[in-house]
Design a protein around this ligand. Structure first.
Ligand code: MOS
Length: 724
């Protein structure tokens, strides 16, 4: 059991970042660096009939213009995540076939960025176009047979006989994450070794993926991903442009830098696909939810099958004995959609937690009491216990802090003096508590320095700060001279950092390294009583350093997962660990204000209480939750892609028109943690946090809008025009 209560501490890399000293991939200075720019396809689907690079090639300062003919020896890495998930397998520029708008048809490399941009605009192409489907609801879209989902009890029979019923459809649009750091690759080929600097959540998969795509020995491919300016899932696989930049660097013998323009990323990078959710719920006369049916459709590309798992959390939020779910993938002509913070859980919680609210009202019950009354004690899917579950505590604590008892339950009943409609809403969220295998190498030196190498990627979420906390709690070392190397497969094997398993994977293995180091030190001390730090003792004993290596995997995983880790393959475990099931939980309470004339919706305040197990880094944890809530507000009220069905393009493909919440849109956000360790999941008691933070926010806002206005909005984003 982890008895440590971790103190609040500043982000260890805060000062560097504030000073602008942190080097992201595109900031790496290399001598004789060249600059590349991609030329995007202007059609959605068809063939590149001809491409004329003459004018581009003739621009002074242009070094090369690559087309698909320069990649005839290359192949798709096939699995860009590094292992059989069937998503993002399309590598552009391998042939004259075009499968989605905006995919690169040429790569210009020049002495300066300006020259590359100028020349890219001069590449002339002729296309043979084919019909396409750009939208989920397009008649040319291909609907695949439903995936099997959950099947507990007999949902349809129980729905038919339920005392109260809800049957509604909820819509979530395609959304595009916009990390501050755009996707960028710096590739360098020197002495037969390829070095790639790229902000990626999956440096080992990039290493093995690029090697496979270009037919290189993976031992000669190095990948460095020390810092990302935001990841969110967009950077968790091998990107199409990485292979292009790498090939250019090899051909030219000079380093190549490629920063994808944001407008192109809307058409090449992973995004949250559009989805439709039909939810049927039934309750008995006592207000117990007796049955649920969840049927979903989710947009996909033609090439891949990015599987939907909307029901993973919704089957577990409540004790619902009869539950069925299915999901259909809908093939459209887009780049493959992929992971984007709480990829399934955010739209699923919007739909399901809106429906639960509707059901609570249908039964005439308070939505908070209704939720508490339906809490689950064991996992309804497997029948196994939860490793820990403090969802009811999240709800009770949140209700207290929010002042829920002052709520008048009647919709439209609460008004400010000026007539502004006030709405109070609640919703819950969950996210799997996963763990990935990890290896930590810890070296404490006599010279006062410490080196720790471990699996992990710093996206800004604060993983370095959490690792630092685990390292310095319980080891007498100089905290000012610690080097933490992550995102570097040369230092330690790197697993994909995603799925909210970062802290739960790196912190427990680092704690283990700390304990092993302490034991080694104690053995060396051999009963002598000594004073001073480990460094001082090592100096006294004339030992240059002590090094330990520890490893840890998810509960129940065989040692063979370390082979997968070594090869850059996904190897995370959870949420079902025999014989228990692990999730993180959150409860959100929201106050909205709706102006009576304009119907403008504003979020005045949010209280979010989280059960993520032990909190290792309080400051960055709170920051994660705030960020997730802000994203939830954006997803509820702002974010959507405006897609032109005639041309298949995203019209608002920039930060000016892809509307995100700004400071003026965000009211007070109060964050609280239950901070109870989960000793079954790992010795550190850590569950996950990054994604659960935004799960349920949109539903809480929708529920608050209903309470304010009596209008139930079932489509994201919820806008003024839906209330008029
Ligand atoms: Mo996250 S969407 O699993 O990087």
């Amino acid at each position: 059991m982890n008895e440590t209560i971790y103190p609040d501490r500043a982000r260890i890399d805060a000062l560097e970042k504030v000073l602008g000293r942190t080097r992201f991939a595109a900031d790496i200075p290399l001598p004789r660096i060249t600059h590349a720019m991609t030329v995007p396809s202007r059609i959605v689907r068809g063939r590149l009939a001809a491409i004329d690079i003459g004018a581009a090639r003739a621009v002074d300062g242009v070094l090369a213009v690559l087309t698909w003919r320069d990649f005839t020896n290359a192949q798709s890495a096939g699995y860009l995540m590094g292992g059989g998930f069937g998503f993002q397998s399309h590598q552009p520029m391998l042939s004259d076939r075009l499968v989605h708008r905006g995919e690169p048809i040429a790569l210009v490399v020049a002495e300066t960025l300006e020259i590359a941009i100028e020349a890219a605009a001069l590449v002339d192409a002729r296309y043979e176009e084919e019909p396409f489907a750009a939208l989920l609801e397009d008649e040319r879209a291909e609907i695949l047979a439903p995936q099997a989902g959950h099947a507990m009890g007999d949902a349809q029979a129980m729905l038919a006989s339920a005392a109260f019923r809800v049957d509604a459809e909820y819509l979530s649009p395609a959304q595009y994450q916009n990390p501050m750091e755009m996707i960028a690759t710096v590739a360098e080929w020197r002495d037969g070794t390829l070095t790639i600097h790229e902000g990626t959540q999956n440096s080992s998969a990039v290493k093995f993926g690029v090697a496979a795509a270009l037919g290189l020995d993976s031992a000669r491919v190095r990948v460095k991903s020390a810092y990302l300016g935001g990841g969110f899932g967009q950077k968790n696989s091998l990107q199409g442009q990485t292979v292009l930049a790498a090939r250019a660097a090899i051909l030219l013998g000079r380093p190549v830098k490629l920063v994808m323009p944001r407008a192109q990323l809307y058409h090449t990078a992973s995004f949250r696909p559009a989805s439709r959710h039909r939810i049927q719920l039934g309750a008995d006369a006592d207000g117990r939810i007796v049955a649920a049916s969840y049927e979903a459709d989710m947009q996909n590309s033609r090439a891949d099958t990015f599987r939907a798992s909307f029901s993973e959390i919704t089957a577990r939020l409540y004790s619902i004995p009869n539950y069925s779910s299915t999901a259909r993938l809908v093939r459209t002509d887009v780049q493959s959609p992929g992971y984007m913070r709480a990829p399934f859980e955010h739209p699923a919680a919007f739909a399901f937690e809106s429906a639960v609210d509707e059901l609570a009202y249908a039964t005439g019950r308070d939505p908070l009491a209704f939720r508490l009354n339906n809490d689950a004690e064991t996992d309804p899917v497997t029948g196994d216990p939860f490793s820990s579950r403090f969802l009811a505590e999240c709800l009770r604590t949140g209700a207290d802090r929010f002042g829920w008892s002052e709520r008048n339950p009647a919709p439209g009943s609460m008004r400010a003096d000026d007539g502004t409609m006030i709405g109070w809403g609640v919703a819950v969220g969950a996210y799997k508590a996963a763990m990935a295998p990890a290896i930590a190498r810890l070296r404490v030196r006599a010279d006062g320095t410490t080196l720790l190498s471990v699996s992990g990627h710093e996206m800004g979420q604060g993983i370095r700060t959490a690792i630092f906390a685990a390292l310095t709690e319980g080891l007498e070392i100089d905290p000012a001279r610690i080097e933490i190397v992550i995102g570097d497969p040369d230092a330690a094997p790197q697993h994909l950092t995603a799925g909210s398993w970062g802290t739960a994977s790196s912190v427990p293995v680092v704690r283990r390294a700390v304990e092993t180091m302490q034991a080694r030190f104690d053995a060396l001390r051999d009963g002598r009583s000594v004073h001073g730090s480990i460094h001082q003792m090592l100096a006294l004993w004339r030992r240059p350093y002590i090094e330990v290596e520890t490893r840890l995997q998810a509960p129940g995983q065989p040692d063979a997962v370390f082979d997968r880790l070594q090869r850059g393959l996904p190897a995370a475990g959870g949420p079902e660990y025999k014989p228990f099931v692990s999730f993180s939980y959150i409860a959100h309470f929201v106050e909205v204000r709706v102006e009576p004339t304009t119907r403008r919706i504003r979020v005045l305040r949010v209280v979010s209480i989280v059960d993520c197990g032990r909190v290792v880094s309080p400051r960055t944890a709170e920051s994660q939750v705030r960020g997730g809530v802000v994203w939830g507000i954006g997803a509820a009220l702002r974010e959507t892609a405006e897609i032109d069905p005639r041309f298949g393009g995203v019209l608002n493909n920039d930060l000016a028109e892809y509307v995100l919440p700004v400071n003026a849109d965000i009211g007070a956000i109060e964050v609280g943690f239950i901070d109870q360790p989960d000793p079954m999941l790992n010795e550190a008691g850590v569950k996950g946090l990054g994604e659960v933070a935004m799960v349920g926010v949109a539903a809480a806002i929708g529920n608050a809008i209903f309470h304010a206005t009596g209008r139930r909005l079932r489509q994201l984003p919820m806008r003024i025009e839906h209330l008029i």
